[in-house]
Design a protein around this ligand. Structure first.
Ligand code: GMT
Length: 376
């Protein structure tokens, strides 16, 4: 394939969409493409030097007359400047709002036929799509992109339902790099004072209400009443106080480890037995895929794209949203049957390698870039 000059715009801070955009950029660079990140800060997973990855920071004018700093205009100007100077072939933006709309403005400003690929990640549709002040702009961003992808079939369907764009949207799943996320061991159990007979449940999120972390705590309380267990809560966010109060109320404080925001999650998955992802909105659930790649079966809710990642009864379980009893029972069943558990572990690793391998998914994005470039 011809080596391309690809611009990437995403939210560079912690979050699944930023992770996917950054990991994609790194893997495309490894395949010889030239990558230009155009973002407000250095993407946090860009933790290593690549000779063919460039970073262009968007600086926003803080003029005191502005009630709101004009980030979107600054981003569009920066994209146009980089597109012209670096002669970009394709611009891949993650999130319709504001990135697709900024990309379209940038294409106009640059005076070039810059090809725009937009990837929808979830909340740009499932939350912002309900806001009448934004839905027309989301539709505009989608329809004026040269190609649009979404991270699950569920998100494709929800986009047509809510936004009704006149545009083909292709599902390209998120992926996992199995050189990093793999079945392994770690010495962390000892450091965390987790006894060898104790099972470890893990939840990783930004602790927003949609993640339903209190359901994780309630389900864990039931599991740990039957089986010696610890719960690792990884991440931080608006619900932390509610979660902490609930842990105290249920009198399970000594069984719960609040680890805050962490990197190198593969080391935590290496000491975990089951992941709980009980969200009420989740277009994909990247954390579930990363856990599965490390051999951790997941219990998820029947929400959004989660059932496309976790196959019920094969590599994990899918439960009804908020059904704490069912969630706890499934976890107990899995953790107390070692042959069933080992089966789920192998299936989880295999699913991650076969259905969501980085190699497969990166090629799918390359095919989209080629397709828009061949449209002339
Ligand atoms: O889940 C979040 O709150 C973060 C959000 C983001 O923008 O990073 O995640 C969304 O994109 C991820 C990557 O495609 C998906 O794995 C998450 O499921 C999706 N979150 C939601 O749909 C709530």
């Amino acid at each position: 394939m011809k080596k391309l000059k690809i611009g990437i715009t995403c939210y560079p801070t912690v979050g699944g969409s930023g992770i996917v955009a950054t990991e994609l950029g790194k893997l495309l660079a490894e395949k010889g493409h030239e990558i230009h990140f155009i973002t407000s800060s250095l993407p946090f997973r860009l933790n290593k030097m690549y000779h063919n990855i460039y970073y262009h920071q968007v600086e926003v004018n803080q003029y005191s007359v502005f009630q709101y700093a004009p980030y979107d205009i600054a981003l569009a100007s920066k994209i146009a400047e980089v597109a012209v100077r670096e002669n970009l072939d394709v611009l891949h933006v993650h999130y319709a709002i504001p990135h697709a709309v900024c990309a379209i403005l940038a294409r106009e400003m640059s005076g070039r036929d810059l090809k725009i690929v937009t990837t929808l990640h979830g909340t740009d549709i499932t939350v912002l799509g309900y806001d009448s002040s934004l839905s027309d702009a989301i539709r505009f961003g989608i329809e004026k992109s040269d190609a649009v992808t979404a991270v699950s079939n569920s998100l494709v369907a929800q986009t047509y339902d809510l936004i009704k764009p006149d545009k083909a949207i292709r599902c390209i799943y998120n992926f996992v790099d199995d050189r990093v996320y793999q079945y392994g061991s770690s010495n962390l159990r000892k450091g965390y004072h987790i006894e060898s007979h104790e099972k470890v449940l893990i939840h990783v999120s930004n602790f927003r209400t949609v993640k339903r972390v209190p359901d994780v705590v309630r389900a864990f309380a039931k599991v740990s009443a039957e089986i010696p267990a610890k719960l690792l809560l990884v991440g931080d966010g608006p619900e932390m106080k509610v979660v902490s109060d609930l842990v105290n109320e249920l009198e399970i404080r000594e069984k719960v480890l609040f680890l805050g925001k962490q990197e190198n999650l593969e080391e935590l998955y290496a000491i975990s037995d089951v992941m709980l992802l009980l969200s009420e909105k989740e277009s994909f659930g990247l954390v579930a895929l990363e856990a599965m790649a490390c051999g951790v079966p997941c219990i998820g809710t029947n929400t959004g794209g989660i059932p496309e990642v976790i196959t019920d009864g094969e590599n994990g379980y899918i439960c009804k949203l908020g059904d704490i009893e069912e969630i706890a029972n499934k976890a107990i069943q899995l953790l107390s049957n070692s042959s069933l558990y080992q089966n789920f572990v192998s299936n989880a690793v295999r699913t991650a390698k076969e259905k969501f391998s980085a190699e497969k998914i990166v090629s799918e994005y390359e095919a989209v870039y080629n397709q828009v470039l061949s449209q002339g």
